[in-house]
Design a protein around this ligand. Structure first.
Ligand code: GLA
Length: 674
């Protein structure tokens, strides 16, 4: 992996997106005073400032930007400088409406909004490169500009563009991937409906039709669209480097449990630090678990480096149905959750709540009410706590012996075209495993299928619909050498081209599992299948027969009465489990049986309400304890809490809603597997 520049802050980063252009300069002075009060050490500047920097085509107004950069710099606040390409100026759309993206109906979007551009359009690319270059030339050597932030949430408004420029770029992409059009015909199975292509020029972006589309075409278009967005990142990064920038360059990813807009696993080598934005959903009563899943997944993208939560919210989020504030203490818990899972800081959208514009009801570090507010006091308290944690900067999340495989491309494949059940959120299977394994103290890692599986005692493959041959081989190899694997329902159904692996489901794993699935059996609304243990399945099961596996549980009643539902097969020195459907009631017991079979030993003092996560480095280890519940708890721990200064001698009292970060006793750490 080649990184131009290492991201290694001296202390945890604390700050947020800062939009001084929305305020008179008298407010800027109050801003920096408040930043110092809270211990803010970095702000992201310029994300949406293009139209105020390049006020007309190649006419520049740098004065105000110079002034705010000087002001921040004089106060010792670092700058994460953004290229402002997420929001092109109005004049650019007036001059070049052809850069606006086109939707799947072939309709061009209009000026305004943001991310209103096609990454494949040469005119867009010319303007984007120029603004990045100008910024790099002007501020690249500025000592306070310590990192760069390319654009903002690439794909969050222009995930797929169907314009003529995109179609041309898609053809080139296909030619690079397949070389010959016959290879496309074969990969996409175009004999179906006789949709055979004569040459690459016959292919278009998958514009809408009333009838269903070819799922393999849709999947390749998603892959192309992800690569086009990565191309945008590279174009801007290269412009910055060409202009002399030597500090770390990144962009803020949107890692989503239900499938991200891009295949981030393939972006990682290009990023000097993996940075994400994350927003909890107020209506989700266990939203802290979703946060933990995303944080673990982010860490799993590259476990060898700390990452960074570039944006999260202090409180209410305007784009949600009910724009509810976070509960007192929740922001602090959320920030420390991210840090527990390996973020080297906690940054927010945004510094000061906007008075105008599309996001005027979004929370911020400084709320509309100003600094005499609960929100501000909590921000100051968070800054105080982060300052006590500086020693763990640069440490990494502890590697787990449990891996859950999650893949954006597989999620896209599931969502592309018609499937056995359309309303089933396939990604929730991974979430369910993560929640239970976390509460049991196994601290699972959520990783892409391409990650290194060696040394994992348990590998969970939950509803991983698409798997490549390489993944299948890697899983089989670790199982033979002693790991336990669980293949969930709907896993291994299609190959990399989204072609069914025929001969019985789950085709990719059939031989390893010693089962043949003859039919997928989606259930109707409210229908439940009973298993011999009393557990229940909903949504889907399968008609299975065993060829070499032992039957662990069978269905009771209904069309599948007596047929296998859960199987296990000894494979080499390991074991391969299969679950034919989605287990509801009884799931926790099943997890206990499988983790017992895998010989897992609890590593962390977690429970339903206590999230325990460890960071490790050559200098020590830190145990984060986060009490998400409403009752005080006593948790096993040994060391000193960096936040309260209290020592933990085998037990630590953790009040409801509170967080502790225990620097663990060295002699304990030495005996613990890292
Ligand atoms: C995203 C964007 C920000 C802001 C927030 C609001 O993360 O990057 O600019 O719009 O959402 O939640």
């Amino acid at each position: 992996m080649s990184h131009h520049s290492r991201f290694s802050p001296r202390s945890l980063l604390f700050g947020g997106d800062y939009s001084p252009e929305q305020w008179p300069e008298s407010v800027w002075r109050e801003d920096v005073a408040l930043m110092r009060e809270a211990g803010v050490n970095i702000v992201t500047l310029g994300v949406f400032s293009w139209g105020l920097l390049e006020v007309d085509d190649d006419r520049w107004d740098w004065d105000w930007f110079d002034r705010i950069i000087d002001l921040l710099s004089n106060e010792g606040i670092s700058i994460d400088l953004a290229t402002p390409t997420a929001s092109p100026p109005i004049w650019l759309h007036r001059e070049h409406p052809e850069i606006l993206p086109v939707d799947r109906r072939g309709i061009r979007y209009h000026q305004g909004g943001r991310l209103q551009w096609c990454p494949s359009h040469p005119v867009w690319q010319r303007y984007a490169r120029r603004i990045a270059e100008r910024l790099g030339e002007r501020y690249g050597a500025h000592p306070s500009v310590t990192m760069w932030h390319v654009s903002n949430e690439l794909g969050g408004g222009n995930r797929r563009c169907y314009c003529a420029a995109s179609t041309s770029a898609f053809r080139v992409w296909l030619e690079n991937r397949y070389e010959h059009i016959d290879a496309v015909n074969s990969a996409w199975g175009t004999a179906f409906w006789g949709h055979r292509y004569r040459r690459f020029d016959d292919v278009t972006a998958p514009l809408d039709s009333e009838s269903a589309q070819n799922p393999s075409l849709l999947l390749d278009f998603d892959r192309f669209s992800s690569d086009a967005l990565l191309g945008q990142f590279r174009l801007e990064r290269d412009a910055l480097r060409d202009a002399g920038v030597t500090t770390p360059i990144t962009t803020n990813l949107m890692v989503s449990p239900s499938g991200s807009v891009a295949d981030y696993a393939s972006w990682i080598d290009d990023l000097d630090v993996v940075a994400i934005d994350h927003y909890t959903i107020a209506e989700d009563p266990r939203r802290e678990r979703e946060l933990a899943f995303v944080a673990s997944r982010t860490r799993g993208l590259d476990p060898s480096r700390p990452w960074l939560v570039m944006e999260h919210s202090t409180s209410a989020v305007n784009w949600q149905r009910r724009n509810a504030p976070k509960s007192p203490g929740e922001m602090i818990r959320n920030s420390l959750q991210h840090i527990a899972h390996g973020s080297d800081g906690a940054l927010f959208f945004q510094w000061r709540a906007s008075a105008s514009g599309a996001e005027q009801f979004h929370s911020a570090m400084v709320p509309h009410a100003g600094s005499d507010s609960r929100q501000w006091r909590e921000v100051v308290e968070l800054g105080r706590r982060l300052a006590q944690l500086d020693e763990l900067t640069g440490s990494l999340g502890e590697r787990s012996e449990v891996a859950i495989l999650v893949d954006d491309v597989s999620l896209w494949a599931w969502h592309a075209g018609q499937k056995p059940l359309h309303d089933h959120p396939i990604h929730e299977d991974a979430r369910q495993w993560f929640d239970v394994l976390s509460a049991r103290g196994f601290g699972p890692d959520v990783v892409p299928p391409t990650s290194d599986l060696t040394g994992r005692s348990l590998i969970v493959v939950p509803s991983l619909y698409l798997v490549t041959d390489a993944t299948v081989a890697a899983i089989e190899a670790v199982v033979r050498s002693g790991s336990t694997v669980v293949i969930g329902p709907l896993s291994g159904i299609v190959d990399a081209d989204s072609r069914i692996r025929v001969g019985g489901y789950p085709g990719a794993f059939r031989d390893m599992l010693g089962v043949v699935g003859e039919e997928l059996v989606p259930l109707l609304d409210g229908e439940q299948l009973l298993l011999s243990s009393g557990a229940q399945m909903a949504d889907i099961s399968a008609r299975l027969r065993t060829t070499a596996a032992d039957v662990v549980e069978v269905h009771r009643g209904g069309d599948l009465d007596g047929l296998p539902a859960i199987t296990r097969r000894a494979v080499g020195a390991g074991a391969a489990w299969h679950i034919s459907g989605l287990v509801g009631a009884g799931f926790d017991d099943l997890v206990d049986r499988i983790t017992g079979d895998a010989g897992l030993v609890r590593r962390l003092p977690s429970s339903d309400d206590i999230e325990a996560v460890r960071r490790v480095s050559a200098d020590g280890s830190w145990l984060f304890l986060i009490n998400h519940g409403t009752t005080d708890a006593v948790v096993p721990a040994d060391g000193t809490d960096l936040i309260s200064g209290e020592s933990a001698d085998g037990r630590f009292a953790l009040p409801a809603g509170d967080v502790a970060v225990i620097r663990e006793r060295v002699e304990k750490r030495a005996t613990r597997p890292v």
